[in-house]
Design a protein around this ligand. Structure first.
Ligand code: ASP
Ligand code: CP
Length: 341
């Protein structure tokens, strides 16, 4: 693993498996049973120039749970980029203040440009329609945990990726990460114009996976193990696309009917979130709330141990975790949400 995490391309099967194992070791801390201070004194710079709830807060919480502290800036308006400061200068300045930096930015390639100016580890929290590598790692960690619970193996699994596969950066990172594993069957379903970039399809096919594309969920999808849905990334549309796109038709709706008719009891449903709950969005339906197959909140919870694993590995305290553990002293509810299963 390189000293930054900018793209899944810097990972191989060995480094990914290692991160999955470190994340599993972080569970007692993430589940608030144990406390560690291995990053005591370290400072994270959390720079978010695009909307975020999960990535910003969970990177922040993960660093704090390792004993570190966090400084952040949100939006261009409140950073000196509003005064014309370059990515290079911002990066050099932040490197003098922080021991690790997470950045989200609307332009593809911008986080890599930022990272080129610093020796401090930089994590890409999403660069436009480019990549979101930590999300893909937590998604893979979720699939792995869910499959262990269900007694399934990833080898040969059938994974459906649906929604905006063109601009959805989470699926760009995830499909590359999955392609490092033994042959899978991957089905891609997206509206016309929002298909997965062909270079990613070619890469996955060249690694021996079976990959199929179709333009509706109204097909008979045999034996789906994972349904991974994504939001339409309207904020990345050109004006022309915004005018012509009428919203998703019912053919793309992942809801209880779809699951009951086309999936099995052991299919899991994932989404990087946020899901668009506005009328007509036809994003992942709330009628699945409370269904044990809906893994979306287990998936968000898994962001903490995986992001802790990323920090611990990049900052080289991964060997120290077990030496530093103490029991928590505050009240922690047994279930953190009301929809938990
Ligand atoms: N939160 C994810 C991202 O930032 C997915 C989304 O916004 O739809 O890429
Ligand atoms: N999944 C994800 O990146 O969520 P946010 O956009 O809320 O950070």
């Amino acid at each position: 693993m390189s000293h930054h995490l900018l793209t899944v391309d810097s990972l191989n099967r060995e480094s990914v498996d290692y991160l999955l194992r470190v994340a599993a070791r972080m569970e007692p801390i993430a589940q608030r049973r144990q406390v560690t201070r291995v990053l005591e004194g370290a400072v994270l710079g959390n720079l978010f120039f695009e909307a975020s709830t999960r990535t910003r807060v969970s990177f922040n919480a993960a660093f704090c749970r390792l004993g570190g502290s966090v400084c952040d800036t949100t939006g261009f308006t409140f950073s000196s980029m509003a005064k014309g400061e370059s990515l290079y200068d911002t990066s050099r300045v932040m490197s003098g203040y922080c021991d690790a930096i997470v950045m989200r930015h609307p332009d593809q390639g911008s986080v890599a440009e930022f990272a080129a100016a610093t020796n401090v580890p930089v994590i890409n929290g999403g660069d436009g329609p480019g990549e979101h590598p930590s999300q893909a790692l937590l998604d893979l960690y979720t699939i792995d945990k869910e499959f262990q619970r269900l007694g399934k193996s990833l080898t040969g699994a059938h994974i459906l990726l649906t929604g905006d596969l063109k601009y959805g950066r989470t699926v760009h990172s995830l499909i590359k990460l999955l392609s490092l594993y033994d042959p899978l069957r991957i089905t891609l379903v997206s509206p016309p114009g929002l298909e997965m970039p062909s270079k990613l399809i070619d890469l996955v096919a060249s690694r021996g996976h079976r990959i199929e594309q179709c333009d509706s969920l109204a097909n008979d999808f045999a034996d789906l193990d994972v349904v991974y849905t994504t939001r339409i990334q309207k904020e990345r549309f050109t004006d022309e696309m915004n005018e012509s796109f009428q919203g998703l038709s019912d053919d793309f709706m992942v809801n209880r009917d779809f699951l009951d008719q086309r999936c099995s009891q052991s299919t899991i449903v994932m989404h990087p979130l946020p899901r668009d709950s506005r009328p007509g969005a036809n994003d992942l339906n709330v009628d699945l709330n409370g269904d044990p197959r809906l893994a979306i909140f287990r998936q968000t919870d898994n962001g903490i141990p995986m992001r802790m694993a990323i920090f611990a590995t990049l900052l080289k305290v991964d060997e120290l975790i077990e030496q530093e553990l103490r029991p928590v002293r505050w009240y922690v509810p047994t279930q953190t949400g009301t929809l938990d299963r």
